[in-house]
Design a protein around this ligand. Structure first.
Ligand SMILES: NC(=O)c1ccc[n+]([C@@H]2O[C@H](COP(=O)([O-])OP(=O)(O)OC[C@H]3O[C@@H](n4cnc5c(N)ncnc54)[C@H](O)[C@@H]3O)[C@@H](O)[C@H]2O)c1
Length: 315
């Protein structure tokens, strides 16, 4: 049977993430089975998924009728039935290590031997909940944004014992489903998405505490400034395009200033010459300096298109 025809057993239904994944994989053509220990959660799941599919259709983001996609989603109070024949099993139980450990032990017992078992955990690495399992080589984390059908990025986080083949299959399934998988090279607390979010949020709280800015104005700096640009280019590319000469020039001119801001918060992680050279080498492989002007013009055009869209929506 092709991977697409095989079910994706998304375990938790009433939770935002379980329903979100159900929408993602049903939209991509997979049969999806939702399981939950709560009968109420299961009973609400079909309507919840349907509501989200209807909204997607209203925004012209669905290629089929919402009913046709919703029909691929079924529910089961029986875990063994939910995971039968599945190519991929996604777990979304509450964020408690002992609960994840218990659920993964059941999954390893019940799921098909070739199924990939992935947790949506925001912070618990697979080495914490899958270490002792016979099938640990197929276990890893697939950390989504919320909701996954609107925030496509998904962090794939293998444990040291995860087989590269399992990570590769998960990545391929996510890509086929229209997600944007990103592979972490090793486990790290909070993974990358939440570390970045945490860095911004920690500084936001400090600035609020120190009476520098209001909550509303701080959020405005992100929605009308940093975030507007970050939806097109990330922090490395932003710095690369902000200075003629690229990232090397940016680090030369701004590195000491950023180091001083970090030191004010007790952080001592200067951008050393070796580190800057590594970042510059990766950027230059992506964008040779001869194409810098062209890329700056592209950024400006895309920002104009975004501003036109925001103006039309009254944002
Ligand atoms: N909400 C977010 O923004 C977000 C983002 C990314 C990742 N996550 C992660 O996704 C996971 C779930 O988050 P959520 O917000 O969907 O949680 P939620 O509390 O909304 O849903 C959890 C669901 O798990 C069910 N459940 C509890 N024990 C179970 C068991 N043993 N077997 C089957 N179902 C069980 C509950 O009945 C409930 O429906 C967590 O690991 C969380 O860290 C959440």
């Amino acid at each position: 049977m092709s991977e697409k025809a095989r079910p994706v057993g998304a375990l938790v239904s009433a939770g935002s993430i379980g329903i979100g994944w159900a929408v993602v994989f049903a939209r991509a053509g997979h049969p999806v089975r939702l399981h939950d220990v709560s009968a109420g959660a299961l009973a609400r799941a079909a309507d919840a998924a349907r509501g989200r599919l209807e909204m997607l259709a209203e925004e012209a983001l669905l290629d089929e009728a919402p009913g046709a996609v919703a029909a691929r989603i079924t529910t089961s109070p029986d875990l063994a039935q939910a995971v039968a024949g599945a190519a991929l099993v996604l777990e979304q139980v509450p964020e408690k290590p002992e609960l994840k450990r218990a659920v993964f032990s059941e999954l390893d017992r019940l799921a098909p031997a070739d199924a990939v078992l992935a947790s949506s955990s925001s912070s618990i690495p697979a080495s914490v909940f899958a270490e002792g399992l016979a099938g640990r080589a197929r276990c890893l984390v697939a950390h989504p944004g919320n909701p996954p059908f609107l925030i496509p990025v998904v962090e794939i986080v293998p444990a040291p014992f995860t087989a590269p083949e399992a990570a590769g299959r998960l990545r391929a399934l996510m890509e086929q489903a229209g997600q944007t998988p990103v592979m972490l090279r090793r486990e790290v607390r909070g993974f990358v998405y939440n570390r970045l979010q945490g860095a911004v949020l920690r500084e936001a709280y400090c600035l609020l505490r120190d009476g520098v800015i209001s909550v509303a104005d701080l959020d405005r700096i992100v929605t009308h400034g940093l975030g507007l640009r970050y939806s097109l280019i990330g922090p490395f590319e932003t710095s690369d395009l902000n200075y003629r000469g690229g990232l090397a020039e940016h680090a030369e001119r701004m590195g000491a200033n950023y180091a001083a801001m970090g030191a004010e918060r007790g952080q001592n992680d200067p951008w050393t010459p070796d580190l800057v050279a590594k970042a510059v080498a990766e950027r230059r492989a992506l964008l040779p300096l001869e194409r810098w002007e062209e890329r700056v013009a592209w950024r400006d055009r895309e920002l104009m298109a975004l501003l036109r869209f925001r103006r039309a929506r009254g944002l």
